[in-house]
Design a protein around this ligand. Structure first.
Ligand SMILES: Cc1cc2nc3c(=O)[nH]c(=O)nc-3n(C[C@H](O)[C@H](O)[C@H](O)COP(=O)(O)OP(=O)(O)OC[C@H]3O[C@@H](n4cnc5c(N)ncnc54)[C@H](O)[C@@H]3O)c2cc1C
Length: 296
């Protein structure tokens, strides 16, 4: 196995163009497990750790440009206000050691349906900045996950950053696991209220071949909130609306039975998490979070 150590982003892109089968390594918390267990024996490892800019972020007017290798611990420490859903999801990843090494670029590279960043990214809305020597493109998160542990990257492309829409309302993340830490999600749910556009977005983890949004649940809720003038009047969401939202979120799942849980349990748990996280975020919105004109 050859170890490629580019000193700059340009060198990394050139190395990936020359060796498209080279496996990038950032924190190594997925890659090294696969190598240690002999699940993968790449011809080349492409070490991204000398490229400092991958561990940096910029907070803009509308979005945060998060370098691919920014570790979860930095997101938790520095970006809680701008990216609350992702910060909450980061809290649930593994242990402090893993959170100091692993980041969102690696989670996206692995594209496991159980990765904790995905539901938060889907709910917040973001674009993945992918680059090769051929140029840069922004991949909408909805188009990024293409199959079980598959993503939309071309063989010569690397993830440089993720452009995540800054929170304009409350966000939540909920995860079911067999214990409170160091655990892969049995299933997970992310939700983001977007008062500026009067929409709610969601993300489901570990309950379908890829991370998915509960689109029918979102459409139903968005219409119900609009119709009832909820964004303006800040009324409590009725139990009937919350129940239907939960049922539709459950219906968005396409899970399997495996060692972590049954398909039936996952559908049930996603419905519960959808109802609870909607309640939490809406309560927050009704309180300090409500910023729209006319809100009383
Ligand atoms: C003990 C343990 C517990 C864990 N618990 C959790 C958990 O609770 N939740 C969770 O979501 N994950 C968990 N993981 C998995 C892992 O920590 C995460 O997926 C993490 O986000 C990976 O980031 P990394 O930087 O270490 O990626 P790496 O291992 O370096 O890379 C992961 C994949 O992404 C690719 N890649 C990395 N950077 C780039 C880039 N810039 N461009 C293109 N491709 C790239 C790599 O080639 C590889 O395919 C756990 C891992 C371990 C070992």
């Amino acid at each position: 196995m050859d170890f490629l150590r580019p000193a700059s982003w340009e060198e990394a892109l050139a190395a990936k163009a020359e060796h498209p089968t080279a496996v990038p390594i950032a924190g190594g918390t997925d890659v090294m497990v696969e190598i240690n267990f002999d699940h993968r024996r790449p011809e080349y490892l492409l070490d991204l750790n000398r490229i400092g800019e991958l561990s940096e972020w910029e907070v803009g007017q509308e979005s945060v440009r998060l370098g691919a290798s920014v570790p979860y611990s930095s997101i938790m420490e520095h970006l809680r206000a701008e990216l609350p859903g992702l910060a909450l999801a980061s809290h649930t990843v593994a242990s402090p050691q893993i959170r100091n090494r692993g980041g969102v670029g690696g989670n996206l590279g692995t594209a496991s349906p159980a990765g904790d960043a995905h539901p938060a990214l889907l709910a917040a809305d973001c674009e993945v900045e992918a680059e090769s020597v051929r140029g840069t493109r922004l991949i909408p998160i909805d188009a990024f996950y293409t199959g079980v542990k598959r993503n939309a990257l071309e063989p010569d492309e690397l993830i440089r950053a993720v452009h995540i829409r800054k929170a304009d309302g409350p966000q939540q993340y909920s995860k079911v696991g067999t214990r409170n830490a160091m655990v892969i999600a049995v299933c997970a749910f992310g939700i983001a209220l977007h008062p500026e556009t009067r929409t709610v977005r969601t993300g489901i983890g570990s309950a379908a071949p890829t991370p998915v949004r509960a689109k029918a649940a979102e459409d139903f809720l968005n219409a119900a909130l609009e119709e009832g003038g909820f964004w303006e009047n800040g009324k409590i969401i009725t139990p009937a609306i919350a129940k239907q939202f939960a049922a539709l979120a459950s219906g968005a799942c396409n899970p399997i039975d495996d060692v972590r849980g049954t398909a039936k349990y996952r559908r049930h748990a996603v419905g519960i998490m959808a109802r609870r996280t909607l309640g939490w975020t809406w309560e927050q919105y009704r309180g300090a979070g409500r910023t729209l004109e006319g809100a009383a």
